[in-house]
Write a protein that binds this ligand. Structure first.
Ligand code: HEM
Length: 485
């Protein structure tokens, strides 16, 4: 092989088992950084899989023609009818599907959902005020995940899953998603087995495949119920706008938007597109935002200098009467440079996704990270590796220091931004990033204005990666914030 000199662990040269084991051992986000420290910019992690240390535009640039590798096949049901945006490895079909739904995810559309997010924020604040009164210790990561689930459900289906009000994983949906993701992460290493493994494992209750099946059925039930409701209401698909919330001013939710688009042109918005939309929002829009919110709060709680500087910015806005402790507008958050720097920095030091984003070198081969790769080679960058690159982020790359985003000059900022990939990059970049940005920007100032978060234990937190880098536990005590600092 022309790539035989690429270094890496001994067993990775001969078998995918090494990557299977390592990527599922729970620490690959950190192991991947160590691998690059040991072996350099390009590291072999399996006979034909190469981890690269930077976000090469040749691979991830828009129009690069590097398709997602078959590692993504295991992220969908083997039935080809169940395509999803995230797992589609066909460039042409993915572009077409993405174009059909792109408008629903634009920032301007997202801002129209502010009122829904505001309602979810209210429920969450009430819950936290209760915990502040009782003084009990809570798992903040769990509650932030409940929040993210209910928020995305609210804009997708105009109803919450009830996680925040119950504080529980109702119907085991969180666990189902978690197990499904774990299955996909390991089965992706041997994707050729997925069509055979999935139907067998699906029959074993609580296996990752059976839990994935449960989520798929849940989404299909939500869609079928809405179709029925529209028929019962006489909409029958022809009426342009059908409201499913009591608030008649609320914008159409994602599902209605998709069903209305289908009634206008069933060929453009097929049943498969509608399923893919519901599935993407629930599966890709909950854990990711929960993990990111958890990361922001964790790093702020451990960096009191940063926290008090951010509080100053937020409380100054409050003093000017531009917000109150119940409501914070997205527009306001956008004019707060330190808040933006803190969010960006937290997503840098703790990207939600902790595995490389695998791509296939297209026909004719390509130059990647300064070396030629023949077609069919699989290359991928892990955001954790890209974000720890000292050549870009400086010798303090490991530190949580939001100022780096404010001190950089124009050229430096361009380089920082190019290496900042918590949402992926290029044509496969996260389509839902504006949803999470809306949620994070509206919620975080409210949390900090209302509460003090006291971490239990002074050790660094423990994390576990399957695909998402989740806190093992984030035990916290909450106090109502009464005095301005
Ligand atoms: C902070 C929160 C989020 C993070 C960190 C995040 C991260 C990512 C990343 C890294 C990718 C690229 C994966 C790859 O190349 O394989 C991605 C893709 C995707 N994300 Fe997100 N995501 C977030 C929130 C959301 C939300 C709220 C939604 C939907 C409601 C969503 C839906 C998607 C979809 C559908 C894709 C696939 C896009 C495509 O291939 O065209 N994400 N996300």
């Amino acid at each position: 092989s022309p790539l035989r000199d690429i270094p890496g662990p001994f067993w990775a040269r001969y078998t995918r088992l090494w990557y299977l084991y390592k990527s599922n051992a729970g620490n690959f986000h950190l192991d991947n950084i160590k691998l690059h420290d040991t072996y350099g910019k390009i590291v072999r992690v399996a006979p034909n899989m190469y981890s690269i240390s930077s976000v090469d535009k040749a691979v991830y640039g828009v129009g690069s023609h590097f398709a997602k590798s078959d590692w993504y096949d295991s992220w969908k049901h083997p039935d080809p009818k169940n395509i999803t945006l995230f797992s589609d490895t066909n460039i042409k079909r993915h572009n077409e599907s993405r174009r059909r739904v792109q408008g629903m995810f634009s920032m301007s559309t997202m801002v129209s959902y502010e009122a829904q997010i505001h309602e979810i924020n209210k429920i969450f604040l009430q819950k936290l005020h209760h915990f502040a009164e009782t003084g009990e210790t809570i798992s903040l990561d769990h509650w932030l995940q409940c929040y993210a689930f209910d928020a995305v459900a609210s804009i997708t289906f105009s109803e919450t899953f009830g996680f925040l009000s119950e504080g529980e994983d109702i119907d085991g949906m969180m666990a189902a998603l978690d197990k499904g993701n774990k299955y996909s992460s390991w089965a992706g290493v041997y994707p050729e087995l997925h069509p055979y493994l999935y139907p067998i494992l699906e029959r074993i209750p609580t296996s990752g495949a059976s839990e994935m099946g449960k989520m798929i059925r849940f989404i299909k039930r939500m869609i079928a119920a809405r179709r029925q409701q529209r028929t019962d209401e006489g909409a029958g698909g022809e009426k342009a706008i059908v409201k499913h919330t009591e608030d008649q001013k609320a914008p159409e939710d994602f599902l209605d938007k998709a069903l209305n688009a289908q009634s206008k042109d069933p060929n453009k918005m097929t049943d498969a597109h509608i399923f893919a939309l519901g599935w993407s929002n629930v599966s890709a829009g909950s854990d990711t935002t929960g993990v990111s919110l958890t990361a922001v709060l964790y790093h702020l709680s451990r960096n009191l200098r940063v926290l008090s500087k951010l509080l100053k910015e937020i409380l100054a806005v409050e003093a000017e009467g531009k917000c109150n402790r119940d409501s914070f507008s997205f527009a306001q958050s956008q004019s707060m440079p330190y808040l933006q720097a803190c969010i960006k920095e937290a997503l840098r030091v703790h990207a939600a996704v902790g595995l490389p984003l695998w791509r296939v070198v297209p026909e004719g081969g390509r130059q990647v990270c300064g070396r030629h790769f023949p077609q069919g080679s699989v290359v991928g960058v892990n955001a954790w590796v890209a974000h720890s690159d000292e050549a870009v982020f400086g010798s303090d790359a490991q530190e949580f220091r939001p100022e780096r985003w404010l001190e950089a000059d124009e050229d430096e900022l361009r380089a920082l931004n190019a290496a900042w990939v918590p949402f992926g990059a290029g044509s496969r970049t996260c389509i839902g990033r504006h949803i999470s940005m809306l949620e994070i920007n509206k919620l975080l100032p409210l949390l900090l204005m209302n509460f003090e978060f006291e971490l239990i234990g002074d050790k660094e937190w423990q994390t576990k990666t399957s695909f998402f880098v989740k806190a093992k536990q984030f035990e916290t005590r909450i106090k109502a914030r009464r005095v301005c600092h």
